[in-house]
Design a protein around this ligand. Sequence first.
Ligand SMILES: *[C@@H]1O[C@H](CO)[C@@H](O)[C@H](O)[C@H]1NC(C)=O
Ligand SMILES: *[C@@H]1O[C@H](CO)[C@@H](O)[C@H](O)[C@H]1NC(C)=O
Ligand SMILES: *[C@@H]1O[C@H](CO)[C@@H](O)[C@H](O)[C@H]1NC(C)=O
Ligand SMILES: *[C@@H]1O[C@H](CO)[C@@H](O)[C@H](O)[C@H]1NC(C)=O
Length: 463
Amino acid sequence: MESCLLLVGILVTLNLPYSQAFWGNENKIQTAVFRSPKFVLGPGSVENRFYYNVDFPKGHIALKSFNAEVIDEAGNPVPLHETYLHHWLVVRYFVRKGVQISEYDDHATLNSSDYISGRNSGICQSPKLTQFFGLGSETRKTATYIPDPYGIEVGNPDEIPSGFEEQWLLNVHAIDTRGVEDKLGCTECRCDLYNVTVDEYGRPLRPDYKGGLLCCYDRAQCRVKQGFKGVRRTLYLRYTVKWVDMDSSVLPVKIYIFDVTDTWKRTRNSTGINAEHQCKVEYDIEPCRATGLAENGCIDTRRISLDMPFGGYLIYGVAHQHSGGSGSALYREDGQVVCSSSPTYGEGEEPGNEAGYIVGMTTCYPRLGAIEISKGEALIMESNYSSIRHHTGVMGLFYILVADQLPKPMHTLHTLIQTQDSITVLTILWAVVALIGAAAVVAVAIRYRLKREGEEGYEAIGI
Ligand SMILES: *[C@@H]1O[C@H](CO)[C@@H](O)[C@H](O)[C@H]1NC(C)=O
Ligand SMILES: *[C@@H]1O[C@H](CO)[C@@H](O)[C@H](O)[C@H]1NC(C)=O
Ligand SMILES: *[C@@H]1O[C@H](CO)[C@@H](O)[C@H](O)[C@H]1NC(C)=O
Ligand SMILES: *[C@@H]1O[C@H](CO)[C@@H](O)[C@H](O)[C@H]1NC(C)=O
């Protein structure tokens, strides 16, 4: 009996420092769950609104993760085949103190002397792709957490322009596809299904513009099956933010977003800075039978080469693709994979597993320090789509988080244990436990023998 207690005692003692190290900053992680302003959608209708000054954690903090999903008024998750979440974006900005930007202000009419972008670190030219976080249909099954000791630093009083305060903008683009004639067509924003020939501001579209964001603007309407009746319903984007208070143990990461439609070209005097990166955000996939490229397995591959205007260690990476996507990757010039990210398609009906939709993207968490990007280095970004059928308005984005520093040695044990080496450490710990266990068994055997030899012996070995 005592030997069992002894073993448990050893296990507890061994596990205590272990679990503390393993969980690192976990005990400090704070979580808040918010709802966007409500939006109301009927069959075929589109919502693409920019909500300024949304609820967000305050203070000088480091963001650890951001997750979101569409819910109904009762708080139930809504499946993608009813409300397709085209995308949501979270954008930081600074606003002059005392100036009220309403939740629904048109971002085009903001007075520039009162409003300063608090964009990510690059690399597309503003106002394209300036968000901190942003995903689409894959949001329910895509990891966004940032491993310790890293985080996205926000609310730093030294970085907020004087006289201004930091706020957050949430853009939600959702399409109600209940009862529509062509669900995929509506989610791909095909202009014919929306009966759209001019954009939101009345400007005519290019004749070859067959589909994309210009055709599924806020309040646009996709064609619904004749006679279909569906109630309008109230929805929200529910978002969960995790963060830690900023202190010297947290190392900041920078956010970079690459776009496969970036038209940047290397020139003798190119600097790679944002102004040179015209990102078109969306593109079309021509069907392989039309392009006569069926022999390549009907995969559309887009590649661009970009010179990195920054350097550092890769902490996290994820791609964003639309239905039809079959994977995306970043390579070095010699072909070494820096990070690859592939879609997971759903197979059922329920939220998070909707058949035919991308319900998640795989992510990269390289072993700390394993992938270093050098300033000026060329990286190749690749985005693959199935070209069995025509697609409009697809996207090929790649988000990466990059740190200037590796943790100091004091942190190395934590981080080692958190990454791939955890298995090794665990094995060693259990080997130690097993050894001590064996010792305990021997001790029991000896005690048993001693006990049989008399009371004195028992005292001698007693614990
Ligand atoms: C913008 O704000 C400045 C100072 O607050 C003001 O002088 C200017 O008239 C404003 N411009 C517009 C277009 O509202
Ligand atoms: C499509 O738009 C045109 C021009 O705006 C309009 O005349 C026509 O009635 C619309 N068709 C449908 C089916 O809404
Ligand atoms: C490079 O320099 C030339 C001549 O100064 C200029 O015309 C061109 O626009 C520059 N290109 C870029 C990408 O800055
Ligand atoms: C993209 O497709 C090409 C051609 O089929 C293939 O060689 C490459 O490995 C694919 N890349 C990814 C990231 O899936």
